[in-house]
Ligand binder design. Structure first.
Ligand code: NAD
Ligand code: IPM
Ligand code: MN
Length: 352
């Protein structure tokens, strides 16, 4: 069968633990479906930063550009300032490869300890479409009058027409393949330049999709609704920062951070896309072997889907659900006592 070339960057903290388990599951799934995953591992991390002064080599982007996919653990660890580590690796990769969509599907999985665990799975099935290349994540700004009473900082946001149009259009196209609902999250009552601009473009594009139900929400109210009436949501499109916050919230209401996958997608396919969990390196549990690997495994399923291996991706999701529903192998975040490796092994075994 075919071999896909995948770059893997385990990164820091539990990123390393969950990536090992996910690769094990994906290798087995691929073998059962008659293709191969050829992994090349990169040690880019805070540890590397401490040794060399850089998160990745200068030609890091070039080194990754020929791969079919990038599989990332998590980046960031105490000892290196978060803005240094993340702007030294994760954020530049998203931008260099024009991964302007951060796709974060959310489903209520069996065996969860979520606040909404009693709901039925079809009540809670949504996807956050997060703008992933501009917005509030900007290097523009600076610190002024340092050390003086009038000291202040400016942090600018950048919303380009191209950037806003393409993410909103992506959300509408995606909605057409689902139940046909899009909710756009903004904060136009407080932020008077960027958000009204986003709303204006959202209204323009929604007119091109009369078949899709569209609504515009204030992000604060949406946060409450996501907990209290999640059944009214399907595709949620948001700016970089709002999408970031909403995706941890959505993860928390469906099963916790240990269950939520994410894809940094370059829709034209001119560059590799990058798959990772929504969660970070979890320094509080790093090195203990107790992180939940499900989010990373499901990120792997998103990567298989992206590569066109749809049946294999579904087999991985089914194996995860089977193990979670059965419930005897569960990490502490799921109320169990199993290790990361035991849960990874159980999912691999459930593939058949
Ligand atoms: P975090 O997601 O790492 O952890 C938040 C909480 O969730 C912690 O209590 C943690 O133990 C728990 N948790 C997360 N993943 C889990 C899992 N798989 N199983 C069980 N419990 C899990 O968020 P944070 O603490 O804000 O960030 C830690 C570091 O990770 C920071 O350096 C941050 O910048 C970085 N980070 C990186 C990424 C990324 O690489 N994509 C994403 C988010 C945060
Ligand atoms: C995520 C993370 C990153 C983000 C951080 C670590 C920069 O929280 O992928 O959700 O905000 O994009
Ligand atoms: Mn985040």
């Amino acid at each position: 069968g075919k071999d896909y070339r995948i770059a893997t960057i385990p990164g820091d903290g539990i990123g390393v633990d969950v990536t090992v388990e996910a690769c094990k599951v994906l290798d087995r799934a691929a073998a059962l479906h008659g293709f191969g995953l050829k992994w090349t591992e990169f040690d880019w991390s805070c540890e590397r930063f401490t040794e060399t002064g850089a998160m990745m080599p200068e030609d890091g982007v070039a080194q990754l550009s020929a791969f079919d996919g990038i599989f990332l653990g998590a980046v960031g660890f105490p000892g290196v300032a978060d803005h240094v580590s993340l702007w030294g690796l994760l954020i530049p990769l998203r931008r260099a490869f024009a991964q302007y969509v951060n796709l974060r599907p959310v489903r209520l999985l069996p065996g969860t300890t979520s606040a909404l665990a009693g709901r039925s799975a079809d009540e809670l099935e949504m996807v956050i479409v997060r703008e992933n290349s501009e917005g509030e994540y900007s290097e523009l700004g600076g610190r002024h009058n340092k050390g003086q009473p009038g000291e202040f900082v400016l942090q600018e946001s950048v919303f380009t027409r191209v950037g806003v149009e393409r993410i909103i259009r992506y959300a509408f196209e995606l909605a057409r393949t689902r139940v046909g609902r899009v909710c756009s999250a903004t904060k136009s009552n407080g932020l008077i330049h960027s958000m009204p601009y986003w709303d204006e473009i959202f209204a323009e594009i929604s007119a091109e999709y009369p078949d899709v139900h569209s609504e515009q929400c204030h992000v604060d109210a949406l946060a409450a609704r996501m907990v209290q009436q999640p059944e009214r949501l399907d595709v949620v499109v948001a700016s970089n920062l709002f999408g970031d916050i909403l995706s941890d919230l959505a993860a928390a209401v469906t099963g916790g951070l240990g269950m939520a996958p994410s894809g940094n997608i370059n829709p034209p396919g001119e560059y590799p896309s990058m798959f990772e969990a929504v969660h970070g390196s979890a320094p509080d549990i790093a090195g203990q072997g107790i992180a939940n690997p499900v989010a990373q495994v499901l990120a792997g399923a998103m990567m298989l889907e992206h590569l066109g291996e749809t049946a294999c991706a579904q087999a991985v999701r089914d194996a995860v659900e089977q193990v979670l529903a059965e419930g005897s192998v569960a990490t502490p975040d799921l109320g169990g006592k199993s290790t990361t490796a035991e849960l990874g092994d159980a999912v691999a075994a459930a593939l058949g």
